[in-house]
Design a protein around this ligand. Structure first.
Ligand code: SF4
Length: 331
């Protein structure tokens, strides 16, 4: 069985359910996996009838039929899930029990993390004061069963080198004796990213970054307001990080490195450069928007990070586009 690794804060996550202002039970398609379909087919009574009515089995993949205002049909008016309250947490389909967790399955291990698009996860990730590290999870029975069939292989040389580089970048980021902007410059240096005129244009101008983001699919009108504010900034994106003393931005760079500088990135040429640059660019954008909209505290920063994640990270198309822009910029 593959060993499961997680960020050091991972096990402290818990969903805030009815208190969540941006619940994942509204506005997202919810696919129902095969095992859940089998379980749901055996439920009797009123809930069994409701399940039969609320699942579109003809869809590919099958999914819950959302209400006209895009709510999950099992999200009740108190903001709670009827499936959990009536059948228990184990009844949830895979996507609901996973969210907001993500997983990267590597040949020799599984890496789990928490996605920033969830406001409770964003708060947990950004408020960490303990430096980021990747730790082994003591898997419970469900996790062990889930990964029992995963075939173990050795990492190939390129993937092993990429992960070694990532670990080295975490070590640089943990060194709080240096300002964060210096640590980021070290990251670029160790990742062979040249910050000269010709290679780092994507980092040079906020109006340019704003125009790229505006050209993407956008979900929330509040994101447009963020982009309006971003386009008014004129300073050098990196130097502004010097003014910040908070470790929240350090936590953000670590989050993006852990999530995206991973074995699947080795399909791309020079992944160590492009993924390091991507992690920094995402952090710089979040920082800049927070400043541009006059954000003052950790709560407002968490909200900008959550919105960035939901607009960019959780749209396959937008994510690919931003990564493509970074690749163009660093080559
Ligand atoms: S977004 Fe996060 S906190 Fe909100 S309902 Fe979903 S898992 Fe819970």
């Amino acid at each position: 069985m593959k060993t499961v690794y997680v960020p050091n804060y991972y096990t402290r996550f818990s969903c805030i359910a009815a208190a969540c202002r941006h619940t994942c039970c509204v506005g997202w398609e919810i696919d129902v996996d095969r095992e859940a379909l089998v379980r749901y087919a055996s439920v009797g009574g009123d809930m069994g009838r409701r399940l039969a009515m609320c699942i579109d089995r003809e869809a590919d993949p099958p999914c819950f039929r959302l209400t006209p205002d895009e709510r999950c049909p099992f999200l009740n008016q108190n903001g709670l899930c009827d499936l959990i309250t009536e059948l228990g947490e184990d009844s949830l389909c895979q996507i609901c029990s996973d969210h907001p967790r993500f997983r990267n399955v590597l040949p020799d291990r599984v890496e789990l993390g928490l996605g920033l698009c969830c406001e409770a996860a964003a708060k947990l990730i950004l408020s960490q004061t303990e430096p980021f590290s990747v730790v082994e999870l003591s898997p419970d029975k469900a996790v062990r069963e889930r990964y029992a069939h995963e075939e173990m292989r050795e990492l190939d040389e390129t993937a092993a080198e990429l992960l070694e580089r990532r670990e080295h970048l975490f070590t640089i980021l943990r060194d709080r004796s240096m300002p964060l902007s210096d640590r980021i410059r070290h990251i670029f240096h160790h990742s062979d990213v040249d910050l000269s005129e010709s290679t780092a244009n994507a980092f040079k101008s906020f109006p340019q970054i704003g125009a790229i983001l505006r050209d993407m699919e956008r979900l929330d009108p509040a994101w447009d307001t963020c982009l309006d504010a971003l386009e008014t900034l004129t300073e050098d994106p990196l130097c502004e990080l010097d003014r910040e003393t908070t470790v929240a931005y350090e936590n953000l760079v670590c989050y993006f490195l852990y999530r995206y500088m991973t074995a699947d990135a080795t399909f791309w040429p020079d992944a160590h450069r492009t993924r390091a640059a991507f992690a920094v660019l995402c952090t710089v954008i979040i920082h800049a928007i927070h400043r541009a909209v006059g954000g003052k505290d950790l709560d407002s920063l968490c909200e900008i990070a959550r919105m960035f994640s939901s607009e960019i990270e959780y749209s396959e198309e937008n994510l690919e586009r931003l990564m493509g822009e970074v690749e163009d910029a660093v080559f």
